[in-house]
Design a protein around this ligand. Structure first.
Ligand code: PGA
Length: 249
């Protein structure tokens, strides 16, 4: 069995002003003590990446929530992976379901973004997950399998790629799949990764995301092939996020 160091990751989405950097400082200060068994990452909005990196002082990682596929050019409002890296980020989330839905990002677009992240020397966190309708109609594994086949970057390795399984219907709703359902999908993703990335797939981290809270983190993180969490709402305060990350104390 490969030993995989877990990743406790927070996705702040479109939340956070300068004053919120104090939460990142508090997380960074406590990370080694409270979550020493995991890598810890916060992905604040791009406006805060530089300040977040200063506050983190290398004690936790800082990441972006999206990146453009290209390194530079005439793309008003977009941010390249190179620019995230320059601001101090070491990770970029790509293909979050909110980006897929709000910005019409296809698997092809997500793959190009993930390849942009790798090109810049960032670790890409590629998100996949089914909608409620897809789960209800028994398509979960087919949907997740197609997203993996279509979105994973060429050149993905255990050291520069993370997959996040986030059922769309579990994000921000307080709902989570049963532990058996989480296990089924994570085991499926592991098999797909081994097929798609020979020699690497067995060690790529697979995060669970969707309504992870301090109260359910321990049981979710104990599921086979769950190698950490991608946390939205509960990552906005140091107290709640550390309550999750401390599963890896
Ligand atoms: P949530 O979001 O923890 O607020 O459900 C998770 C995510 O979208 O990454």
């Amino acid at each position: 069995m490969t030993t995989i160091r877990p990743l406790a990751a927070g996705n702040w989405k479109m939340n956070g002003l300068t004053a919120s950097v104090a939460e990142i400082a508090a997380i960074a200060e406590a990370a080694a003590r409270e979550a020493g068994g995991a890598d810890v990452l916060i992905c604040p909005p791009a406006t805060l990446i530089s300040a977040a990196c200063s506050a983190a002082a290398g004690r936790i990682a800082i990441g972006g929530q999206d990146c453009h596929a290209r390194a530079s050019g005439a793309h008003t409002g977009d941010i390249s992976a190179e620019q995230l890296k320059d601001a101090g980020a070491s990770f970029a989330i790509v293909g979050h379901s909110e980006r897929r839905a709000d910005h019409g990002e296809s698997d092809e677009v997500v793959r190009a973004k993930a390849e942009g992240a790798l090109r810049a020397g960032l670790t890409a966190i590629v998100c996949v997950g089914e909608t409620h309708l897809q789960r209800e109609s028994g398509q979960t594994l087919a949907v997740v399998g197609a997203q993996l086949a279509g979105s994973l970057p060429h050149g993905g390795k255990a050291t520069n790629l993370v997959v996040a399984y986030e059922p769309v219907w579990a994000i921000g709703t307080g709902l989570t799949p049963t532990l058996a359902d989480v296990a089924e999908v994570h085991n499926f993703i592991r098999h797909e990764l081994i097929d798609l990335l020979p020699g690497e797939g067995a060690a790529v981290r697979i995060l669970y995301g969707g309504s992870v809270k301090p109260a359910n983190a321990a049981e979710l993180m104990a599921v086979e092939n769950v190698n950490g969490a991608l946390v939205g709402g509960a990552s906005l305060t140091a107290k709640d996020f550390l309550g999750i990350a401390s599963v890896y104390k």
